[in-house]
Design a protein around this ligand. Sequence first.
Ligand code: ACO
Length: 422
Amino acid sequence: MTESVTITDNRTGETIEIPIINGGVDATEWKKLLGNIWFADSGYTQTAATSSAITEIDGDAGILRYRGYPIEQLAEHSTYLEVAYLLVFGELPTHDQFEDWVHDVTYHTFIHENVRKRFLEGFHYDAHPMGMLVSALAALSTFYPEAKQIADPDVRYKQIVRLIAKMPTLAAACHRFSVGMPFVYPDNSLDFCSNFLSMMWKIAEPRYDANPALAHALDVLFILHADHELNCGTATMRMVGSSHADPYSATAAAAAALYGPRHGGANEQVIRMLTEIGSIDNVDDFVKGVKAGKGRLQGFGHRVYKNYDPRATIIKRTADEVFEITGKNPLLDIALKLEEVALSDEYFTSRKLYPNVDFYSGLIYQAMGFPIEMFTVLFAIPRVSGWLAHWKELLEQDQKIARPRQLYVGAEVRDYVGIDGR
Ligand code: ACO
């Protein structure tokens, strides 16, 4: 028997029965009865803006799966590029498919010289790398005007490859500019993460050989950050994509959404918070302050997870592996103490506030030598594959342009008064 809800319009006594399908009720059915009554749902806390077959989250159970595969298995056995393929195309690649995919991504890592020399180098010396990245992504649309042909699957594929491939190059270029170091060209003999680390850290050596364990740890972090269904950034990608803007412009918009401290910018805020706390002796007072409304515990809480974020569990393990090589991040003890205090405090447990992906990721990035300003950029590099998977799915679904409604609460009609009469 199909489950359903029945809605009655008390003004007329009319009712309508709406089936519950895939955990949702179809708003077009609601519209038949209540055409001009809108759902007031700012923040989309109760609105499913699309159907999607990409990522499944069960926030109460702490479950995250990409295309049905548990995140724990992918983090343990897969690679970021394989996961990117899975997200975009829906299946794990065969040997041949994977070889082609890696080849295509590897050979699209270079960026046009004008992007770096004329565009990126035009920024102020202390520009935030995330601001530079957002702008550079938008600028790419002018370098690939054919990207506007979004109906052509071959053109779509090319832009997907380009964007995934160029993200590390752009990210490293933004960093090198901000520290006054010369740009390092991609080395296509290296794997995805080793190449990124080479572009970040290479100085005068002919070839930069990244520590394989650190390159692997970064790869795991990239897998964990690759997609997370309709978060603010991905919803923005779909929103802009629904207007049929080219994928570079849509990706720039998604990256801008990620930049915010309530979203991908939180990993940066976590380190600033831990630094401000300064010592485990100050943790109790800090938590008291949070409970009294003096700011939030950064890296805690999530709109969807009302349980431990499964990515945080994996990240904690990865942190141990990284610290074995780099030495322990001195902020780790404060973070562990903070987690312990918060998880045994009724304020946090009653609100189901647990560490999210950002609570520990910043500690790893910092131990690996990344400046704090790069943390959100590191988040954006792999998230591009998720955004593009959603963009491709959106176009294949032939969705309508996203256009929410509002409840108008402003002034009634009134007559214009000239400036002297006000
Ligand atoms: N510290 C202290 N209290 C918190 C926190 C926090 N980190 N997060 C939520 N709360 C409290 C709120 O004050 C509120 O309490 P109240 O009911 O007494 O008013 C309650 O928990 C619910 O909070 P909301 O703001 O309604 O939760 P929402 O789902 O809108 O917000 C969010 C989710 C933005 C992630 C929030 O938890 C937050 O600001 N966390 C800190 C920033 C952060 O870590 N962001 C990264 C998220 S993961 C990501 O984007 C990759």
